[in-house]
Each structure stands twice: as C-alpha cells, then as structure tokens.
Design a protein around this ligand. Structure first.
Ligand code: ZN
Length: 86
C-alpha cells in the first residue's frame, strides 16, 4: 500500500514533538508524545484521521484519505513515525 507512496518525513518515536505536515496546501498536525503518535488536528472534511486512535506499534497506521496522507509506525532498533504521501 505504501510502496508507490512518496516519503514525506520520518520522526523519531522516542522524541516528543508536534509536526505540521503540509501537502498541497492541506495541513495535518501530528503529535508524538510518550512513544505514541496521534493526529491532533487536520483540515480535511471528514476528520476521520483525528478520530483515529493514537498509534504505537509497528505497522500501525493513521490514514487521512482526503489529504492523501498515511502515517505509519516503522519498527527496528529506533522506531520512527513515517509520513507518506499517497
Ligand atoms: Zn483527515
């Protein structure tokens, strides 16, 4: 599902932070806190990504279809949150 996606950015899961992900003028705000990633706000019409649960485990995703964004937990030695544009 993500193979054809374009990598937007990668954020370490162990480091708290808030990131604005801007794609084609649309903004999703991703918060990383206590090892969990959560979509705290978005300008998409359905707000489904904001309502999704925060994610923590490898391969868990938060999807924002209107803004063509997938946020996925990548495992490994240093877990990270990768944002991929669909
Ligand atoms: Zn959304």
């Amino acid at each position: 599902m993500l193979i054809d996606g374009k990598e937007y950015g990668s954020y370490p899961l162990e480091q708290d932070g808030t990131y604005d992900i801007v794609i084609d003028g649309h903004t999703n705000t991703l918060q990383i806190k206590d090892g969990y990633a959560d979509m705290i706000s978005a300008d998409c019409p359905d707000q489904l990504c904001v309502k999704q649960r925060k994610i923590h485990y490898e391969n868990e995703t938060i999807v924002c279809l209107p803004n063509k964004l997938v946020v996925e937990i990548r495992g490994g030695e240093e877990s990270s949150v990768d944002a991929v544009v669909q």
